[in-house]
Design a protein around this ligand. Structure first.
Ligand SMILES: [Zn+2]
Length: 353
C-alpha cells in the first residue's frame, strides 16, 4: 500500500523527474513504466552479523528515495530482500554451535530494530531467500531451457546440485559495468566449465546441515546469492521494473550477474540503476570484513537517532560519507544539538577516527 497516493495526486514535479542512471553514467529523464507507479528493488542485507552504520546509510538513502516518490504522489512498490542463507551464515553459525536459521533470524531482527530506531519505513514487502525457493527453481529451469545454464552431473548420471550460469552463452555479459574478466577466481571446482561462470545453486558441502539444502530438479542444493535477487525482483515486480538500487560495491559481480540472468531469461529487468557510495572510516569502506563497522547502538549511544539519520541522509548518495565529515556538517548547517558534539567527540575518541 502506498503511503500517500490516495491522499496526494501526482504533483507537477513528478512529470519532470531526472535521475542519474549508474548503468549509463548519465542523468536521464525518468518516466515510470506504469503511470503513477514506481517499482523499486534494493538488495538487502546478508544477515550474518550485526548491522553497522554503513548498512543504515543504504537503508536511509533508499527510504528517502521511496518517501520522495511517495510524496510526489506515486504509488510505490518497494521490495528489499533478506539473504538468510549463504556460506558466511553457515560457517559462523557452525563455529558458534548454533542453527544457521536461528543465527540468521537473530541478525534479521537486529537489522529490523535498527531500521525502526532510525525511522526507516518497512519496504512494501521483504522476502527472504529461503522463502523464495520456488521462484529460484523456476528461473533456473528457464535459463537451462534457453541454453544459458548447466547442471553439473555426478558420475552416476544424477544431478549434483551444482548449477552454473554459462557466461559465454550470453554476449551481453558486462553490459552494466563493462567488466568482462569474470567473477572471482580461476578455480574450476564443482564442475564449473569456465572461470567466468557463476553459481546459481550449490551442492551441500560435507559438513553442511541437512536443513541447509532443498530437493530441486537439479539435485539437493541451496541457492546462490545472485540468483536470489533476480528471482525475487521478478516475482514481486514483474518482467520489467523501474529502479534497482544497492551499494556501489555490489555492481560487480553481483549486479552484473543479476542483469545477465534476468535478461538471458527474457526479462526486461531494471530500467534504471541507483548505486550509493559507502560510509568510510579512516578513508576505508566500513565493512564487516574489514572489522571497522560502527554499530548503530554505539553511534546513538549518546545522541538522538534523528541526528544520525540526518547526518547519513544529508550527504548526496553518490558521495562517500565519512563519519567525521557528516558529523561536522551538522555544525556547518547551524544545527545546534546539545548532544551532537558529544556524539562527534565520542566517536572520534572511541574509534580513533
Ligand atoms: Zn541483490
Amino acid at each position: 500500500m502506498s503511503l500517500s497516493s490516495s491522499r496526494f495526486p501526482l504533483t507537477q514535479a513528478a512529470s519532470h523527474l531526472r535521475l542519474y542512471n549508474s548503468a549509463t553514467a548519465h542523468i536521464e529523464d525518468f518516466t515510470p513504466l506504469r503511470e503513477g507507479h514506481i517499482g523499486m528493488y534494493v538488495c538487502g542485507p546478508t544477515v550474518q552479523s550485526a548491522p553497522h552504520i554503513g548498512h543504515m546509510r543504504a537503508a536511509i538513502v533508499f527510504d528517502i528515495v521511496r518517501r520522495w516518490f511517495d510524496r510526489l504522489g506515486f504509488s510505490v512498490t518497494y521490495i528489499r530482500n533478506v539473504t538468510d542463507i549463504d556460506d558466511k551464515i553457515l560457517n559462523k553459525s557452525r563455529e558458534a554451535h548454533e542453527d544457521w536459521w536461528a543465527w540468521a533470524y537473530h541478525y534479521e531482527l537486529e537489522f529490523a530494530n535498527d531500521y525502526r530506531l532510525l525511522n526507516v519505513l518497512p519496504p512494501t514487502y521483504e522476502p527472504r531467500a529461503t522463502g523464495t525457493i520456488g521462484a529460484m527453481i523456476d528461473l533456473t529451469q528457464r535459463l537451462i531451457d534457453r541454453g544459458h545454464a548447466y547442471v553439473v552431473m555426478n558420475e552416476d548420471g544424477s544431478p549434483s546440485g551444482n548449477v552454473f550460469f554459462d557466461v559465454d552463452s550470453w554476449p551481453e555479459y558486462g553490459a552494466l559495468t563493462h567488466q568482462q574478466e569474470g567473477t572471482i577466481s580461476d578455480n574450476l571446482t564443482d564442475g564449473k566449465r569456465h572461470p567466468r561462470d557463476f553459481a546459481l545453486w550449490k551442492a551441500p558441502k560435507p559438513n553442511d546441515p541437512l536443513t541447509a539444502h532443498w530437493n530441486t530438479p537439479f539435485g539437493a542444493a541451496r541457492p546462490g546469492w545472485h540468483l536470489e535477487c533476480s528471482a525475487i525482483s521478478h516475482r514481486y515486480l514483474g518482467d520489467d521494473f523501474d529502479i534497482h538500487g544497492g551499494g556501489l560495491d555490489l555492481r560487480f559481480p553481483h549486479h552484473e550477474n543479476e542483469l545477465a540472468q534476468s535478461h538471458a531469461a527474457g526479462y526486461g529487468f531494471a530500467h534504471l540503476w541507483m548505486h550509493l557510495a559507502w560510509v568510510t572510516q579512516k578513508g576505508e569502506k566500513m565493512s564487516k570484513s574489514l572489522g571497522n563497522g560502527l554499530s548503530v547502538e554505539h553511534v546513538v549511544d549518546s545522541s538522538s537517532a534523528w541526528i544520525v539519520r540526518y547526518a547519513l541522509g544529508s550527504a548526496h548518495y553518490l558521495c562517500l560519507n565519512g563519519m567525521i565529515t557528516f558529523l561536522m556538517k551538522l555544525k556547518k548547517f547551524g544545527i545546534v544539538c546539545k548532544n551532537s558534539s558529544n556524539l562527534s567527540n565520542n566517536i572520534i575518541s572511541r574509534f580513533q577516527l
